[in-house]
Ligand binder design. Structure first.
Ligand code: GDP
Ligand code: MG
Length: 546
């Protein structure tokens, strides 16, 4: 085998990527799969923390298959049976070849019964061989010990005997969990001395076919006899080859990482560039605008502008009537607006956003509420297409993260938006001056006409009544100014209407911008953040997989 296989260098990066992916998947992917991924990464970290010098290989199998006998045969001494330190067969036992006892490693694996071999045959330096309890033990604790250790070892020698090897339940049940590790698994048909050579060969072929059917076709099959030593040297040589390759531990762990990553990636949609589309965003803003009463406010702005403009620029003799009409903005509690930009919030006379929030008298109908719900649902459906239910649910929750404050946020957006109605339109003042001038002229004309009895009473010579086209000048003045003012009022009303429309349009734009900000903070940003998390999850998973 070649030195420095790439597998060990891959392990660290893949395990880190799996850890990252699991972190993103918490609360989204299946809890069991996330837990498994985290367990595997912990396992890798712990195992990598110990020196790579040691390769842990366990003998596992059914009761009486010959695990302990093979353990002794491989050790070349009666360790397993003679050891008086071994209180029950419920605990594993370790034999270590090499100069030193890997105490930390065995402590971590919780194997108190350990033996350092006196001599180390060529090729076995660094081998830690475990004799496991019976996987089919009737004692639950023994089975638990087997489960715990097979998850921690680097390699497995599965021992079967001629009586029980054909047990179908074994292949479909217990062994199926090793599918991913078949290439680093040895299967030993022990007690070969009990079969005639022809039967042994047939049994071996049968065993191979059973393994292949169970998806373990890559596992190498050996035949041994712990009794007469047949096949033991070949098995030991194979074990030595595994130790020498130094790739066992990393390969086993790499398989673990891969399996855990595949679990997380199960029916995963790899489409990562998910973002809320412009269409969805626009629809949401439209629904929110409707719910926030933007149209209502715009209508109020139009009406208020028109009333104020007409009152100011109309014929003064009748325009004062406009003041009697209720201001539609006041009715919506929107009249108190003073833009926060003009003074620091909280300053005297300037209402703060908080003080204004939730104070508008706009009513949200059930229909508008339903429109918002529909827009939110469509938006989520759009970006969650093909996502696992857990992730789709997370997106949905992100879209509803401001559910309880959304109404207030919208109201605050409406009440703090400058509707542009605080000052009169510039030309209105000019028209007003003209209107009053005309009225003054009319008054002068009237006074002139009515001056005759007064001058007569005081014995003063009457004011001359200059005539033009046979009509006295003051009559011209009075009538002309009155008719002029009236006509000007009518003419100007068209201009006021245009101003009102213009202001309503401007107010709509300002309100929609404010609502877009609410949509951003309350919905779009939380949803996009969740989608970014998904993208990072998919990317990390891709790095964890080959
Ligand atoms: N004929 C024969 N008997 C064996 C062989 N290996 C083990 N045995 C016997 O099978 C029984 C169970 O062996 P043991 O090693 O304790 O099996 P374990 O339960 O898997 O540890 C013992 O009586 C052994 O002597 C073998 O290769 N050939
Ligand atoms: Mg035993």
């Amino acid at each position: 085998m070649n030195a420095a296989p790439p597998v060990s260098s891959l392990l660290g990066t893949r395990a880190a990527a799996l850890r990252e992916a699991a972190g993103y998947a918490v609360g989204r992917s299946s809890e069991a799969n996330v837990a498994q991924a985290l367990r595997v990464t912990r396992q890798v970290n712990r195992r990598l923390a110990f020196s790579g010098e040691h390769t842990v290989i366990a003998l596992a199998g059914a009761t009486g298959s010959g695990k302990s006998s093979l353990f002794n045969a491989l050790c070349g001494t009666q360790l397993a049976i003679s050891s008086v330190k071994r209180p029950t067969t419920g605990r594993a036992m370790a034999a270590v070849w090499g100069q030193t006892m890997p105490g930390d490693l065995l402590d971590w694996m919780d194997i108190p019964v350990r033996h350092l071999m006196e001599t180390t045959p060529a090729g076995l330096d660094g081998l830690v061989l475990l004799d496991l309890p019976d996987y089919d033990s009737i004692v639950t604790a023994h089975r638990g010990e087997v489960d715990r250790l097979v998850a921690q070892v680097d390699g497995l020698i599965w021992v079967v005997d001629p009586q029980k090897y054909a047990d179908n339940a074994l292949y479909e049940g217990y062994l199926s969990r090793f599918k991913a590790y078949a290439d680093v698994m040895l299967v030993v048909l022990n007690q070969s001395d009990r079969l005639a050579p022809a039967d042994l060969s047939a049994a071996r072929d049968h065993l191979r076919s059973l393994l292949a059917a169970a998806g373990l076709g890559k596992a190498k099959v050996f035949t041994t006899s712990a009794l007469n030593g047949a096949g033991i040297d070949t098995l030991r040589a194979e074990v030595a080859a595994l130790v020498k390759s130094k790739r066992l531990a990393a390969t086993r762990l790499l398989h673990d990482v891969e399996s855990a990553a595949l679990l997380l990636a199960a029916d995963l949609n790899r489409e990562r560039n998910r973002r809320v589309s412009d269409t969805s965003a626009v629809r949401l803003v439209a629904a929110l605008s409707s719910a926030a009463g933007v149209a209502q406010v715009a209508d109020a702005v139009r009406l208020a502008t028109q009333t104020r403009g007409t009152t100011l620029t109309g014929w003064p003799l009748v325009s004062w009537l406009g003041r009697l009409r209720p201001d539609p903005l006041k009715r919506l509690h929107l009249e108190a607006f003073a833009p926060a930009k003009t003074a620091a919030p909280g300053e005297a006379g300037v209402p703060t956003t908080a003080a204004l929030a939730g104070r508008s008298a706009l009513q949200v109908s059930d229909i508008q509420q339903a429109q918002v719900s529909t827009a939110l649902r469509n938006l989520c459906d759009d970006v969650s297409r093909g996502l696992n239910p857990g992730w789709a649910q997370a997106v949905r929750e992100a879209s509803l993260s401001h559910e309880h404050t959304l109404a207030d946020e919208l109201d605050a957006a409406v009440t703090t938006t400058d509707l542009g109605t605080s000052t009169p339109v510039g030309w209105w003042r000019f028209v007003r001056v003209v209107q009053w001038l005309l009225l003054t002229v009319a008054a002068i004309g009237l006074a002139w006409l009515g001056s005759a009895p007064v001058t007569k009473y005081f014995g003063i010579s009457p004011l001359p009544l200059y005539r033009w086209h046979d009509i006295p000048l003051p009559t011209w003045l009075c009538g002309g100014a009155l008719i002029g003012g009236f006509l000007l009022g009518i003419l100007v009303s068209f201009g006021v209407r245009a101003s009102a429309n213009h202001r309503a349009t401007a107010a709509t734009a300002a309100l929609q911008a404010a609502i877009r900000t609410v949509a951003d903070t309350a919905v779009l940003t939380p949803v996009n953040t969740e989608l970014e998390r998904y993208a990072r999850f998919v990317a990390a998973l891709a790095r964890a997989l080959p």
